[in-house]
Design a protein around this ligand. Sequence first.
Ligand SMILES: Nc1ncnc2c1ncn2[C@@H]1O[C@H](COP(=O)(O)OP(=O)(O)OP(=O)(O)O)[C@@H](O)[C@H]1O
Ligand SMILES: Nc1ccn([C@H]2C[C@H](O)[C@@H](COP(=O)(O)O)O2)c(=O)n1
Length: 239
Amino acid sequence: MSETVNNDHPRRLVVAIDGPSGSGKSSTSRGVARRLGLAYLDTGAMYRAATWLVLETGVDAADQRAVAELIRTAVFTISQDPTGPTIAINGTDVTQAIREPRVSAAVSAVATNLEVRADLIARQRSLIADASAGIVAEGRDITTVVAPEADVRVLLVADPAARVARRHAELGGVVDNEAVTDQVIRRDRDDATVSQFEAAAPGVSVVDSTHLTLEQVINVICALVDDVVPRAIAGNRGP
Ligand SMILES: Nc1ncnc2c1ncn2[C@@H]1O[C@H](COP(=O)(O)OP(=O)(O)OP(=O)(O)O)[C@@H](O)[C@H]1O
Ligand SMILES: Nc1ccn([C@H]2C[C@H](O)[C@@H](COP(=O)(O)O)O2)c(=O)n1
């Protein structure tokens, strides 16, 4: 399907999207960024890359100071192209490796390390500030902590059953339900101890994707952008 891209923005547009696991943040954010000609930042990928490094180096994930020190000195290299985002840490491309179940199982331990959070939040703010053509950034605390001043702030939600089913399908239906439920529901419970993504903060629009196709969700968010920054996408909607 061809898509019309508009990058003739009247000003630098920042779109912030938060939500629980499997709500569709990554797919939706990439679609919105593609349609509006914006960069794309997957902040979850940064926590995953940090976790990959912890596992790779054998640092004890429970040793919060050691983990924080390891990440503080790490170099992240991130491509913000929504058609093919990549991430490397200390020179190793981990774009695929960070999706492995061992990383998904361990990531909350790193993402709930408050020193690591402070470090990655600072890096994310700077990446957003440097995105000269504007950006769609997604995660758990973008609307509330990383970029509360974003032009458009969205909390993307979906019923837990839909989120587990989506993740199950994404993993080819071969991973047992208990493991998938752990990846989605248990991880949300742990992550929610440090970020507020279960209820919308004031000024944040809730979009429920349970009964919407991906295309419909992208349309809803582009319409929210249109409301806030009319010239950003006027006349440039994709099919
Ligand atoms: N509106 C939708 N309808 C049906 N399936 C969807 C929809 N949005 C996304 N999906 C599918 O659901 C799965 C999870 O989507 P995605 O990875 O974008 O979610 P996420 O919120 O970024 O998850 P996580 O936070 O765990 O990375 C993917 O397979 C994606 O194709
Ligand atoms: N801004 C963010 C982004 C992500 N996390 C945590 C939550 C997840 O456990 C992990 C990986 O995210 P995902 O790729 O599943 O979206 O990182 C966070 O705490 N804050």
